[in-house]
Every structure is written in C-alpha cells, then in structure tokens.
Ligand binder design. Sequence first.
Ligand code: NAD
Length: 383
Amino acid sequence: MSAREVNVAIIGGGLMGREVAAAIQRWPALIDHPVRPRLRAVCDINEAALGWFDDIDTVTTKVTDYHDLLADPTIDVVYVAVRHDLHERIYTDVIAAGKSLLAEKPFGIDEAAAASILAAVEKHPESFVRCSSEMPFFPGAQMAINYVRSGALGTIVQARNSFLHSSDLDRSKPIGWKRQNEFCGEAGVLNDLGMHTWHVPLRLGWAPESVFGVFQNIVTERPNAEGALVECDTWDNAVLHSWANHEGVGFPLTTETKRIDPGQKNTWVFEAIGMDGGVRFSTKNPKSVEVFGLVDVPGNGQEQAWHQVDAGSQSVWPTVTGSIFEFGFSDSILQMWASFLAEREGLLGDRFGCVTPQEAAATHAIFRAGMDSRSRALPVNPR
Ligand SMILES: NC(=O)c1ccc[n+]([C@@H]2O[C@H](COP(=O)([O-])OP(=O)(O)OC[C@H]3O[C@@H](n4cnc5c(N)ncnc54)[C@H](O)[C@@H]3O)[C@@H](O)[C@H]2O)c1
C-alpha cells in the first residue's frame, strides 16, 4: 500500500513534544499503515528545548513563535503540548489556520476554555481535531474494552478506571506549572490525569448521570527555583464516584486520579465487574489481563475464578514487533497517532479512536460537577 505523506509540526518541545517526535520516528514499526507522517517543524519559546530536535533529519524548521508554523502551507497536522492555560489560545489559532490538531489533555484549562475550543472545531470542519489519551491503546486495555463490548459482563455491578502516580510523594520536589492552579487549572489533578480515566468510560457510553467528588490537597507548599517554599494550591488526588448507565441499568462507576498514591508510577487501571463476568487490566502488569468466570475444580464442582491471560504486543494497528513481546508507553503513543492519522483520512473503520472534542469537553463538565459536589457533602452527626 502506498502511504499518504502528512507533514507534522509540534508546538511545545518539552516532555510530550519529545515523546511524540520519537514516536513518529518509529513509524516504520507499523505494518501497512495508510499514512506516513513526517515531522517537519517544531516551535518552543525556549530555544534550548529546540536543540533536542537537531538529530531528527526531517525537521527543517525550528521557531520560537508558533504563528510562523501556522503560516506555513506545507504543514498539515499540528501537535500541541504546552501548559493548560495556553491551550485555548493556541488550539483555536491552529484550528482557525485550517490545520488538523492533536491536542493535549485537558483540552483547555476549564469548561469555558473547552467550550471555546469546541466552538472553533464546529466553525472549522476542515480542521480534524482529536485529544490525546494513549493508555487505552495498551493491548490489555483493548482486550478489556472488547470484553465489555462482547456483553460477557451481563448486568454490570461496578466499574473503575484509575490513573495513579506517586512522583509527588517527595515534598522537596520543586513546584512546576502543573502544581499551580493558575497554569494547571482549578481542577488540578483532574486536569492532569482525568482524561486518561474518562476516555474508555465515555467511549463505552458510560457518561455519568451524577457525580460526587472526594478531593485531597496533601502537599500545600513546595520549593520554587530559589528554594523558598511557595503555595502549591492544586488538588493532588481526586476520586469521582459517579452513577452511570449500561443498556438501561445503572451502576457505580469510580474514576481515580492520584498524584500521591505510594508505590504507583503512571499506573492505568480498568476494571468492570458484572453478574456474568469480569475483566481487569493494569499497566502495572502490562502483559496480564484478568477475566472472571466459573471453573470446574475437580472434586469440588464449579467455583468462581479469575483467569490470567497474557496480552502480547499487538494493539489496534499491527506492528513488526513479535506478537509475544511486551508493549510499553512509547508503543501506546505510536498506536494513538496511528489511529489519529487514519481517522483523519476516514480510514479508522471500527478500530479504537482518539478522544473526540465532544468527549474532551464532556470531561470538563464531569470535573466541574465533581468539584461542585464538595459543597453538598452532608456532615455526619452521630446521635
Ligand atoms: N498524554 C500524556 O500522557 C501526557 C503526559 C504529560 C503531559 N501531558 C500534557 O502535555 C502538555 C504539555 O505537558 P509537558 O509535560 O510536555 O510540559 P513541559 O513543561 O515539559 O513542556 C511544555 C513546553 O512548552 C513550551 N512552551 C511554553 N509556551 C509556549 C508557546 N507559547 N509556544 C511554544 N512552546 C511553548 C515550554 O517551553 C516547554 O518546553 C500538557 O497539556 C500536559 O497535560 C500529557
């Protein structure tokens, strides 16, 4: 198959800008993908950050003002990975320039920003827009999604999707933009990690009817660049207890986003338990998917059992990687991009796709409801 060439630019050459640049360089790992992206241009206001891209031969343009990229008619797709307070302005500018956009979460700093980005998407249908969320592209996550879609759960009893860190356990870790409401947003950890926990539930049709949030700000001060303690006002942990609906039957759906969960490093967990079956997957054990069922135990009849299945390396798009090998974070970024660019060409088919602008905006409504619910928590008055 001859793949269509697409020219990509990155705005924001920090942690995620470099991760995506590296994923695009691994494109030949995909078998017969209909698109071939070429990273052509990078923008960062910090010139030092641009130096990292020197080793990528296809990058011919490095600029410090993103408007220069948007004025370049040869650029088709822009990936933007910048602070949350900059999302609205840069995303809407990219969309208005008619470029396709893979936006980073949380798709605007708050509900109003997300609505403004969504309005730009609707005004410029020529711009294909999706939002980043790569963890569901782990083969084990895909297996879990397919399990739910098969109907094997029967009536759903409960479901959970979590994203768990512990990097903020270290109180001496300097404050950065992600730990300040001004730049990260009032939703704090929900803005950082919430999209990861809602992509699959929303795609399964589990938009919640109601939400109750439990929030923690555990570390309230952190050192700045000079070592002085300054306010760290973002929520560290947030758990949203919600009521969702599957085929007409309600069930409790819990999403957990935690920057301080001792022992966890970027752990994404999905679990759905039903009357007839169950499925669990965690990136902590990326090869392993657990499914629930009854098993004949000789001499004891049928017993309940969790079975363990090895997921292997193959996800949504086939790769040259041996199917028994292991899958990792950078593979999930490659798979997410493969889906994004295929969907842009109208060639996604029934494969799993990236977060839509409508889904991304919906997460902000959920976060807002979760934050507002705190004022309605009832005090417990023992008699
Ligand atoms: N999908 C994921 O797993 C994941 C992981 C981490 C971060 N993120 C998201 O990615 C985005 C960026 O996070 P990060 O960790 O890469 O941040 P970062 O701070 O490492 O990088 C941001 C970069 O943007 C640059 N920048 C700032 N203003 C700019 C401007 N006006 N024009 C061009 N460049 C500018 C900065 O100099 C910096 O190099 C955020 O939305 C964050 O939530 C996603």
